[in-house]
Design a binder for this molecule. Structure first.
Ligand code: URA
Length: 254
């Protein structure tokens, strides 16, 4: 296939190949060049549109053609993530924390990276920060099963350190593909690393939070990370997150 083939043709060819391989009994998918593809320059994808009315509602990005293709893409993506050894984080991980939740969700939360509990269980946000995230989700009238939750890196950085730029860049194609498949109405980025990664900005979370941005054509609400809230459980910080979540609820209802 030529390098400049339309993306739908590339996807259709991949789906066909996967069906063919499955028919041959091949169940695992080897990591492919996708992991090493250059990360998109998110800066060019992030448009501040606070207080600016979009003329038209953003279209769902790259909607997969049909349910079968979509399921095949999810399966292939998760298989690649589970087998990924692109960066050093794979060496100390116990599990790959791919992400979980409702794949038809209107709302997606993107965090930083798995912590200890997440690494043990293979599930995102199940430790103390996750319990607070569950409360936040409940406070806006939703259940964890209503939303999708994932991280910018899928393997635990040792000692819960902030993931390095290179680790984030190598993991980025997984996140971009997840978000393309999910095509949610709203993404909430939790904390500075997730926000900076998705929006390609160096601005701090304190000034970014509470203001709508765009990732591709999906609305993004940056807010504080629940782990930060746990550390600094002040009225001002709680009110800030609540105000961000109220905006999210309003946007989803539109
Ligand atoms: N913090 C994150 O950013 N992600 C998790 O999955 C857990 C804690």
């Amino acid at each position: 296939m030529p390098d400049d083939a339309p993306i739908e043709n590339v996807r259709a060819a991949i789906a066909q190949r996967l069906r063919h391989e499955r028919a041959l009994g091949i169940e695992t998918v080897a990591p492919v060049a996708l992991e090493r593809r250059a990360a998109p320059t998110a800066a060019s994808e992030s448009i501040l549109y606070d207080d600016v009315e979009l003329k038209e509602a953003p279209a769902a990005p790259e909607a997969p053609v049909n349910a079968e293709d979509k399921a095949a893409r999810w399966a292939a993506l998760e298989a690649r993530a589970q087998a990924c050894a692109a960066c050093a984080l794979h060496r100390e991980r116990q599990t790959v924390v791919f992400g979980e939740g409702n794949r038809d969700a209107q709302l997606v939360f993107v965090g930083e990276g798995p912590g200890e509990q997440e690494d043990k269980t293979g599930r995102p946000f199940v430790g103390p920060a996750g319990q607070l995230l569950d409360k936040i989700i409940g406070a806006i009238g939703l259940k964890r099963d209503d939303v999708y939750i994932c991280n910018i890196v899928k393997c635990r950085p040792p000692g819960n350190r902030t993931p390095a730029d290179e680790e984030v860049a190598l993991c980025r194609p997984f996140l971009d593909e997840q978000l393309a498949l999910l095509a949610p109405k709203v993404i909430v980025t939790l904390g500075a690393p997730a926000t900076k990664t998705l929006l390609g900005t160096t601005q701090g979370i304190t000034s970014l939070r509470g203001h709508w941005r765009l990732y591709k054509n999906i609305r993004v609400m940056p807010t504080f990370h629940p782990a930060f809230l746990l550390r600094q459980y002040t009225d001002a910080n709680r009110r800030a997150v609540w105000s961000d979540m109220k905006q999210v609820v309003e946007k989803i209802k539109e």
